[in-house]
Design a binder for this molecule. Sequence first.
Ligand code: 3MF
Ligand code: MG
Ligand code: MG
Length: 416
Amino acid sequence: MAQQISSEDQRSLVDRLMSACGGSYSPEVRRRLFISGPQWAAAYRGQALFHAPVRRTLSADEVIRNFAEIGIGFWTTHDMDIIPADELMTGRQDEILDSVARSLRKYGVQCSMVTGETFFSPVWAASPAGEQPEIRAYATKRLQNVVDIGHRLGASFVVYWPGTLGYQLQGVIDETLMLRRYAELLNAACERDLQVSQSTGRPWMRHCLEAKPFEPQAEILLPTTDAMLNFIASGLLTHPEMVGVNPEYLHELMWGGAPRAALARALLAGKLWHFDINDGYRLKHDVDIGIAMVNPLDWLNVLILLRRHGYNGPFNLDYKPPRTTSEYGVFRVSFPSAVDRFITLWQIAGEAMADPVIGEATEALEAGAGASGTSNGEALFEANKELWTLHELIGHRLVQILLGQHRGRIFVDLKP
Ligand code: 3MF
Ligand code: MG
Ligand code: MG
Protein backbone atom coordinates (compact mmCIF):
# COMPACT_ATOMS: atom_id res chain seq x y z
CA MET A 1 0.00 0.00 0.00
CA ALA A 2 1.27 3.48 -0.81
CA GLN A 3 2.48 5.49 2.14
CA GLN A 4 -0.15 7.73 3.68
CA ILE A 5 0.55 11.43 3.88
CA SER A 6 -0.53 13.06 7.11
CA SER A 7 -2.12 16.49 6.90
CA GLU A 8 1.05 18.13 8.26
CA ASP A 9 3.12 16.63 5.46
CA GLN A 10 0.86 17.48 2.56
CA ARG A 11 2.09 21.00 1.90
CA SER A 12 5.71 19.98 1.78
CA LEU A 13 4.80 17.15 -0.60
CA VAL A 14 3.06 19.64 -2.91
CA ASP A 15 6.08 21.95 -2.75
CA ARG A 16 8.53 19.14 -3.46
CA LEU A 17 6.56 17.83 -6.43
CA MET A 18 6.00 21.34 -7.75
CA SER A 19 9.72 21.95 -7.75
CA ALA A 20 10.29 18.51 -9.26
CA CYS A 21 8.05 19.67 -12.14
CA GLY A 22 10.67 22.28 -12.99
CA GLY A 23 10.06 24.62 -15.90
CA SER A 24 9.32 27.61 -13.70
CA TYR A 25 10.45 31.20 -14.16
CA SER A 26 11.69 33.69 -11.62
CA PRO A 27 9.33 36.42 -10.40
CA GLU A 28 11.49 38.95 -12.30
CA VAL A 29 11.06 37.11 -15.58
CA ARG A 30 7.33 36.64 -14.97
CA ARG A 31 6.95 40.35 -14.44
CA ARG A 32 8.34 41.11 -17.92
CA LEU A 33 5.08 40.14 -19.57
CA PHE A 34 1.86 42.09 -19.23
CA ILE A 35 0.12 39.42 -17.14
CA SER A 36 -2.60 40.46 -14.73
CA GLY A 37 -4.22 38.48 -11.95
CA PRO A 38 -7.83 39.10 -10.95
CA GLN A 39 -8.79 39.56 -7.31
CA TRP A 40 -11.87 37.42 -7.98
CA ALA A 41 -9.88 34.51 -9.44
CA ALA A 42 -7.55 34.25 -6.47
CA ALA A 43 -10.32 34.83 -3.95
CA TYR A 44 -12.74 32.44 -5.67
CA ARG A 45 -14.02 30.09 -2.99
CA GLY A 46 -15.08 27.26 -5.26
CA GLN A 47 -18.79 27.88 -4.86
CA ALA A 48 -21.44 27.32 -7.53
CA LEU A 49 -25.11 26.48 -7.71
CA PHE A 50 -24.47 22.89 -6.62
CA HIS A 51 -21.10 23.47 -4.96
CA ALA A 52 -20.38 24.71 -1.45
CA PRO A 53 -17.30 26.88 -0.98
CA VAL A 54 -14.05 25.09 -0.22
CA ARG A 55 -11.74 28.02 0.52
CA ARG A 56 -11.66 31.18 2.63
CA THR A 57 -12.38 34.66 1.38
CA LEU A 58 -9.13 36.52 0.74
CA SER A 59 -8.54 40.21 1.18
CA ALA A 60 -7.06 42.39 -1.56
CA ASP A 61 -3.92 42.77 0.53
CA GLU A 62 -3.40 39.00 0.72
CA VAL A 63 -4.00 38.53 -3.00
CA ILE A 64 -1.73 41.41 -4.02
CA ARG A 65 1.03 40.21 -1.71
CA ASN A 66 0.87 36.70 -3.14
CA PHE A 67 0.77 37.97 -6.73
CA ALA A 68 3.85 40.08 -6.01
CA GLU A 69 5.72 37.06 -4.62
CA ILE A 70 4.84 34.98 -7.66
CA GLY A 71 5.78 37.79 -10.05
CA ILE A 72 2.33 38.77 -11.33
CA GLY A 73 2.90 42.48 -11.74
CA PHE A 74 -0.69 43.57 -12.41
CA TRP A 75 -3.91 43.18 -10.48
CA THR A 76 -7.52 43.56 -11.61
CA THR A 77 -10.73 43.82 -9.62
CA HIS A 78 -14.48 44.25 -9.62
CA ASP A 79 -15.83 47.12 -7.52
CA MET A 80 -17.60 44.54 -5.32
CA ASP A 81 -14.55 42.33 -4.90
CA ILE A 82 -13.08 44.95 -2.63
CA ILE A 83 -15.99 47.14 -1.53
CA PRO A 84 -19.02 45.59 0.20
CA ALA A 85 -22.37 46.49 -1.42
CA ASP A 86 -23.49 48.86 1.34
CA GLU A 87 -20.17 50.70 1.35
CA LEU A 88 -20.05 51.45 -2.37
CA MET A 89 -20.05 55.16 -3.10
CA THR A 90 -19.68 56.11 0.57
CA GLY A 91 -16.81 57.58 2.56
CA ARG A 92 -15.88 54.03 3.55
CA GLN A 93 -15.17 53.33 -0.13
CA ASP A 94 -12.45 55.99 -0.06
CA GLU A 95 -10.85 54.41 2.99
CA ILE A 96 -10.86 51.00 1.33
CA LEU A 97 -9.35 52.41 -1.86
CA ASP A 98 -6.65 54.16 0.15
CA SER A 99 -5.76 50.91 1.80
CA VAL A 100 -5.75 48.98 -1.51
CA ALA A 101 -3.54 51.69 -3.02
CA ARG A 102 -1.18 51.26 -0.07
CA SER A 103 -0.99 47.49 -0.65
CA LEU A 104 -0.28 48.03 -4.34
CA ARG A 105 2.54 50.44 -3.54
CA LYS A 106 3.91 48.28 -0.76
CA TYR A 107 4.20 45.16 -2.92
CA GLY A 108 5.05 46.93 -6.18
CA VAL A 109 1.98 45.76 -8.11
CA GLN A 110 -0.05 47.95 -10.49
CA CYS A 111 -3.80 47.95 -10.91
CA SER A 112 -4.29 47.58 -14.68
CA MET A 113 -8.05 47.10 -14.90
CA VAL A 114 -11.23 47.65 -12.95
CA THR A 115 -14.66 46.25 -13.71
CA GLY A 116 -18.17 46.65 -12.39
CA GLU A 117 -20.25 43.86 -10.95
CA THR A 118 -23.47 43.97 -13.00
CA PHE A 119 -24.49 40.33 -12.77
CA PHE A 120 -24.41 38.99 -9.20
CA SER A 121 -26.44 41.32 -6.99
CA PRO A 122 -30.23 40.90 -6.77
CA VAL A 123 -30.68 44.39 -8.22
CA TRP A 124 -29.50 43.04 -11.62
CA ALA A 125 -32.10 40.27 -11.70
CA ALA A 126 -33.59 41.86 -14.83
CA SER A 127 -30.23 43.19 -16.09
CA PRO A 128 -28.60 46.60 -15.58
CA ALA A 129 -30.56 47.87 -18.60
CA GLY A 130 -34.09 46.81 -17.72
CA GLU A 131 -37.36 48.75 -17.77
CA GLN A 132 -37.22 50.72 -14.52
CA PRO A 133 -35.49 54.10 -14.79
CA GLU A 134 -34.34 53.91 -11.17
CA ILE A 135 -32.49 50.64 -11.76
CA ARG A 136 -30.76 52.18 -14.77
CA ALA A 137 -29.95 55.31 -12.78
CA TYR A 138 -28.35 53.09 -10.13
CA ALA A 139 -26.46 51.17 -12.86
CA THR A 140 -25.22 54.49 -14.25
CA LYS A 141 -23.92 55.53 -10.84
CA ARG A 142 -22.26 52.19 -10.34
CA LEU A 143 -20.47 52.32 -13.69
CA GLN A 144 -19.41 55.92 -13.19
CA ASN A 145 -18.14 54.91 -9.78
CA VAL A 146 -16.10 52.13 -11.42
CA VAL A 147 -14.52 54.78 -13.65
CA ASP A 148 -13.68 56.84 -10.55
CA ILE A 149 -12.17 53.77 -8.87
CA GLY A 150 -10.11 53.07 -12.00
CA HIS A 151 -8.65 56.57 -12.01
CA ARG A 152 -8.09 56.43 -8.28
CA LEU A 153 -6.12 53.15 -8.53
CA GLY A 154 -4.26 54.13 -11.70
CA ALA A 155 -5.92 51.63 -14.07
CA SER A 156 -5.78 51.96 -17.86
CA PHE A 157 -8.65 49.61 -18.68
CA VAL A 158 -12.27 49.20 -17.66
CA VAL A 159 -14.00 45.94 -18.56
CA TYR A 160 -17.73 45.32 -18.85
CA TRP A 161 -19.22 41.87 -18.75
CA PRO A 162 -22.94 42.63 -18.71
CA GLY A 163 -23.93 39.21 -17.37
CA THR A 164 -27.70 39.45 -17.23
CA LEU A 165 -28.17 41.49 -20.42
CA GLY A 166 -30.63 39.05 -21.90
CA TYR A 167 -33.61 37.06 -20.74
CA GLN A 168 -34.88 33.81 -19.34
CA LEU A 169 -38.39 34.09 -20.75
CA GLN A 170 -39.17 34.73 -24.39
CA GLY A 171 -40.91 37.88 -25.52
CA VAL A 172 -40.77 39.69 -22.18
CA ILE A 173 -38.19 42.29 -23.14
CA ASP A 174 -37.72 44.31 -26.32
CA GLU A 175 -34.18 43.52 -27.41
CA THR A 176 -33.65 46.80 -29.26
CA LEU A 177 -34.73 48.83 -26.24
CA MET A 178 -32.52 46.91 -23.89
CA LEU A 179 -29.54 47.42 -26.17
CA ARG A 180 -30.22 51.15 -26.46
CA ARG A 181 -30.41 51.36 -22.71
CA TYR A 182 -27.21 49.45 -22.27
CA ALA A 183 -25.50 51.84 -24.68
CA GLU A 184 -26.69 54.75 -22.54
CA LEU A 185 -24.97 53.20 -19.52
CA LEU A 186 -21.71 52.86 -21.40
CA ASN A 187 -22.03 56.39 -22.73
CA ALA A 188 -22.42 57.70 -19.19
CA ALA A 189 -19.30 55.79 -18.12
CA CYS A 190 -17.25 57.14 -21.04
CA GLU A 191 -18.46 60.67 -20.39
CA ARG A 192 -17.51 60.40 -16.75
CA ASP A 193 -14.10 59.14 -17.81
CA LEU A 194 -13.59 62.15 -20.09
CA GLN A 195 -14.56 64.52 -17.26
CA VAL A 196 -12.20 62.90 -14.77
CA SER A 197 -9.42 62.70 -17.27
CA GLN A 198 -9.84 66.38 -18.08
CA SER A 199 -9.73 67.40 -14.45
CA THR A 200 -6.83 65.14 -13.45
CA GLY A 201 -4.76 65.16 -16.64
CA ARG A 202 -4.74 61.34 -16.66
CA PRO A 203 -5.45 59.82 -20.07
CA TRP A 204 -8.90 58.31 -20.54
CA MET A 205 -9.14 54.60 -19.99
CA ARG A 206 -9.89 51.94 -22.56
CA HIS A 207 -13.40 50.57 -22.11
CA CYS A 208 -13.59 46.91 -23.14
CA LEU A 209 -16.72 44.85 -23.67
CA GLU A 210 -16.64 41.17 -22.75
CA ALA A 211 -19.15 38.75 -24.26
CA LYS A 212 -20.32 35.37 -23.00
CA PRO A 213 -22.89 33.40 -24.99
CA PHE A 214 -25.03 32.14 -22.08
CA GLU A 215 -24.91 31.86 -18.29
CA PRO A 216 -26.16 33.36 -16.12
CA GLN A 217 -29.03 34.18 -18.52
CA ALA A 218 -30.56 31.67 -20.91
CA GLU A 219 -30.39 34.07 -23.85
CA ILE A 220 -27.89 36.88 -24.16
CA LEU A 221 -28.25 39.95 -26.38
CA LEU A 222 -24.53 40.40 -27.02
CA PRO A 223 -23.32 36.80 -26.92
CA THR A 224 -20.03 36.96 -28.83
CA THR A 225 -17.08 39.25 -29.38
CA ASP A 226 -18.41 39.80 -32.91
CA ALA A 227 -21.74 40.98 -31.50
CA MET A 228 -19.78 43.39 -29.28
CA LEU A 229 -17.86 44.73 -32.28
CA ASN A 230 -21.10 45.25 -34.12
CA PHE A 231 -22.57 47.00 -31.08
CA ILE A 232 -19.56 49.34 -30.90
CA ALA A 233 -20.14 50.24 -34.55
CA SER A 234 -23.95 50.49 -34.19
CA GLY A 235 -24.06 54.27 -33.82
CA LEU A 236 -25.52 53.94 -30.31
CA LEU A 237 -22.26 54.83 -28.56
CA THR A 238 -21.33 58.48 -28.21
CA HIS A 239 -17.63 57.60 -27.89
CA PRO A 240 -16.99 54.47 -29.93
CA GLU A 241 -13.31 55.37 -30.10
CA MET A 242 -13.08 54.75 -26.34
CA VAL A 243 -14.68 51.32 -26.55
CA GLY A 244 -13.02 48.05 -27.59
CA VAL A 245 -13.30 44.39 -26.62
CA ASN A 246 -12.03 42.01 -23.97
CA PRO A 247 -12.54 38.58 -25.51
CA GLU A 248 -12.32 35.67 -23.14
CA TYR A 249 -10.78 32.56 -24.68
CA LEU A 250 -13.32 30.13 -23.23
CA HIS A 251 -16.33 32.34 -23.89
CA GLU A 252 -15.67 32.00 -27.62
CA LEU A 253 -15.36 28.22 -27.31
CA MET A 254 -18.63 28.12 -25.38
CA TRP A 255 -20.60 29.06 -28.50
CA GLY A 256 -18.53 26.74 -30.66
CA GLY A 257 -16.39 29.49 -32.15
CA ALA A 258 -12.70 29.46 -32.92
CA PRO A 259 -11.08 31.85 -30.42
CA ARG A 260 -8.21 32.60 -32.77
CA ALA A 261 -10.59 33.66 -35.53
CA ALA A 262 -12.57 35.82 -33.08
CA LEU A 263 -9.33 37.48 -32.00
CA ALA A 264 -8.37 38.02 -35.63
CA ARG A 265 -11.65 39.83 -36.33
CA ALA A 266 -11.13 42.05 -33.29
CA LEU A 267 -7.55 42.76 -34.40
CA LEU A 268 -8.76 43.79 -37.86
CA ALA A 269 -11.26 46.15 -36.25
CA GLY A 270 -8.43 47.68 -34.18
CA LYS A 271 -10.40 46.80 -31.05
CA LEU A 272 -8.43 44.01 -29.40
CA TRP A 273 -7.38 45.83 -26.26
CA HIS A 274 -7.66 43.34 -23.41
CA PHE A 275 -7.74 39.53 -23.28
CA ASP A 276 -9.05 37.12 -20.60
CA ILE A 277 -6.95 33.98 -20.76
CA ASN A 278 -8.12 30.54 -19.67
CA ASP A 279 -9.22 27.25 -21.18
CA GLY A 280 -12.13 24.82 -21.25
CA TYR A 281 -14.32 22.74 -23.49
CA ARG A 282 -16.51 23.63 -26.47
CA LEU A 283 -20.26 24.08 -26.06
CA LYS A 284 -20.17 23.63 -22.29
CA HIS A 285 -20.34 25.79 -19.21
CA ASP A 286 -17.88 28.45 -18.18
CA VAL A 287 -15.50 26.09 -16.39
CA ASP A 288 -12.64 28.64 -16.45
CA ILE A 289 -9.79 26.13 -16.44
CA GLY A 290 -6.21 27.46 -16.34
CA ILE A 291 -4.62 28.40 -19.65
CA ALA A 292 -3.52 25.59 -21.99
CA MET A 293 -4.68 22.73 -19.75
CA VAL A 294 -7.18 21.67 -22.41
CA ASN A 295 -6.14 23.14 -25.74
CA PRO A 296 -2.37 23.72 -25.71
CA LEU A 297 -2.00 23.55 -29.49
CA ASP A 298 -4.74 26.10 -30.05
CA TRP A 299 -3.18 28.29 -27.37
CA LEU A 300 0.16 28.12 -29.13
CA ASN A 301 -1.52 29.25 -32.33
CA VAL A 302 -3.41 32.03 -30.55
CA LEU A 303 -0.13 33.38 -29.22
CA ILE A 304 1.50 33.16 -32.64
CA LEU A 305 -1.32 35.28 -34.06
CA LEU A 306 -1.11 37.84 -31.27
CA ARG A 307 2.69 38.10 -31.45
CA ARG A 308 2.60 38.42 -35.23
CA HIS A 309 0.18 41.32 -34.98
CA GLY A 310 1.91 43.08 -32.10
CA TYR A 311 -0.87 42.74 -29.51
CA ASN A 312 0.46 44.62 -26.50
CA GLY A 313 -2.50 44.62 -24.09
CA PRO A 314 -2.86 42.65 -20.87
CA PHE A 315 -3.23 38.90 -20.54
CA ASN A 316 -5.70 38.62 -17.70
CA LEU A 317 -5.72 35.30 -15.86
CA ASP A 318 -9.50 34.98 -15.70
CA TYR A 319 -9.64 31.34 -14.69
CA LYS A 320 -10.75 29.60 -11.53
CA PRO A 321 -8.45 27.47 -9.40
CA PRO A 322 -10.30 24.13 -9.20
CA ARG A 323 -12.27 23.22 -6.09
CA THR A 324 -9.78 20.44 -5.42
CA THR A 325 -7.00 23.00 -4.97
CA SER A 326 -6.49 24.31 -1.44
CA GLU A 327 -5.93 27.93 -0.52
CA TYR A 328 -2.25 27.08 -0.14
CA GLY A 329 -2.34 25.44 -3.56
CA VAL A 330 -3.88 28.52 -5.17
CA PHE A 331 -0.64 30.45 -4.78
CA ARG A 332 1.82 27.54 -4.74
CA VAL A 333 0.51 25.64 -7.74
CA SER A 334 -2.43 27.24 -9.53
CA PHE A 335 -1.17 30.78 -10.28
CA PRO A 336 2.54 30.08 -10.77
CA SER A 337 1.83 27.12 -13.04
CA ALA A 338 -0.66 29.12 -15.13
CA VAL A 339 1.84 31.95 -15.57
CA ASP A 340 4.66 29.54 -16.43
CA ARG A 341 2.60 27.68 -19.02
CA PHE A 342 1.75 31.03 -20.56
CA ILE A 343 5.37 32.22 -20.68
CA THR A 344 6.56 28.92 -22.14
CA LEU A 345 3.90 28.99 -24.84
CA TRP A 346 4.73 32.63 -25.55
CA GLN A 347 8.35 31.65 -26.10
CA ILE A 348 7.42 28.58 -28.14
CA ALA A 349 5.26 30.86 -30.30
CA GLY A 350 8.42 32.90 -30.95
CA GLU A 351 10.23 29.71 -31.92
CA ALA A 352 7.46 28.71 -34.31
CA MET A 353 7.52 32.15 -35.91
CA ALA A 354 11.25 31.84 -36.55
CA ASP A 355 11.12 28.21 -37.62
CA PRO A 356 12.89 27.78 -40.97
CA VAL A 357 10.67 24.89 -42.08
CA ILE A 358 7.46 26.81 -41.49
CA GLY A 359 9.07 29.91 -42.99
CA GLU A 360 10.07 28.19 -46.20
CA ALA A 361 6.78 26.34 -46.52
CA THR A 362 4.79 29.53 -46.04
CA GLU A 363 6.88 31.41 -48.57
CA ALA A 364 6.47 28.64 -51.10
CA LEU A 365 2.70 28.62 -50.61
CA GLU A 366 2.58 32.35 -51.09
CA ALA A 367 4.79 32.28 -54.16
CA GLY A 368 2.55 29.75 -55.92
CA ALA A 369 3.52 27.62 -58.92
CA GLY A 370 4.10 30.47 -61.35
CA ALA A 371 1.09 29.54 -63.43
CA SER A 372 -0.57 32.96 -63.48
CA GLY A 373 -0.89 32.80 -67.23
CA THR A 374 -3.38 29.97 -66.84
CA SER A 375 -7.06 30.64 -66.40
CA ASN A 376 -8.17 27.07 -66.46
CA GLY A 377 -9.19 25.91 -62.97
CA GLU A 378 -8.17 22.33 -63.51
CA ALA A 379 -4.73 23.32 -64.81
CA LEU A 380 -4.29 25.71 -61.85
CA PHE A 381 -5.13 22.90 -59.47
CA GLU A 382 -2.65 20.57 -61.17
CA ALA A 383 0.05 23.27 -61.07
CA ASN A 384 -0.37 23.86 -57.31
CA LYS A 385 -1.46 20.55 -55.87
CA GLU A 386 1.91 19.43 -54.50
CA LEU A 387 2.34 22.77 -52.75
CA TRP A 388 -0.83 22.30 -50.74
CA THR A 389 0.63 19.26 -49.01
CA LEU A 390 2.58 21.91 -47.11
CA HIS A 391 -0.57 22.74 -45.12
CA GLU A 392 -0.39 19.37 -43.42
CA LEU A 393 3.37 19.65 -43.14
CA ILE A 394 3.02 23.02 -41.36
CA GLY A 395 0.33 21.58 -39.08
CA HIS A 396 2.66 18.69 -38.23
CA ARG A 397 5.55 21.05 -37.65
CA LEU A 398 3.53 23.14 -35.20
CA VAL A 399 2.66 20.03 -33.20
CA GLN A 400 6.33 18.98 -33.35
CA ILE A 401 7.37 22.36 -31.98
CA LEU A 402 4.78 22.07 -29.21
CA LEU A 403 5.98 18.57 -28.27
CA GLY A 404 9.68 19.29 -28.62
CA GLN A 405 10.01 16.81 -31.51
CA HIS A 406 11.68 19.51 -33.61
CA ARG A 407 14.57 19.38 -31.15
CA GLY A 408 14.99 15.70 -31.75
CA ARG A 409 12.75 14.43 -28.98
CA ILE A 410 12.25 10.91 -30.22
CA PHE A 411 12.01 7.59 -28.45
CA VAL A 412 14.55 5.13 -29.78
CA ASP A 413 13.95 2.25 -27.46
CA LEU A 414 10.37 1.41 -28.42
CA LYS A 415 8.93 -1.49 -26.47
CA PRO A 416 5.83 -3.24 -27.78
C1 3MF B 1 -17.57 35.83 -16.27
C2 3MF B 1 -16.33 36.56 -16.47
C3 3MF B 1 -16.17 37.74 -15.58
C4 3MF B 1 -15.57 38.92 -16.28
C5 3MF B 1 -15.42 40.04 -15.31
C6 3MF B 1 -14.81 41.24 -15.97
C7 3MF B 1 -15.98 37.13 -13.30
O1 3MF B 1 -17.63 34.72 -17.04
O2 3MF B 1 -15.50 36.21 -17.26
O3 3MF B 1 -15.34 37.35 -14.51
O4 3MF B 1 -14.36 38.63 -16.88
O5 3MF B 1 -16.65 40.36 -14.79
O6 3MF B 1 -15.72 42.18 -16.29
MG1 MG C 1 -13.79 37.00 -18.20
MG1 MG D 1 -15.18 32.52 -18.03
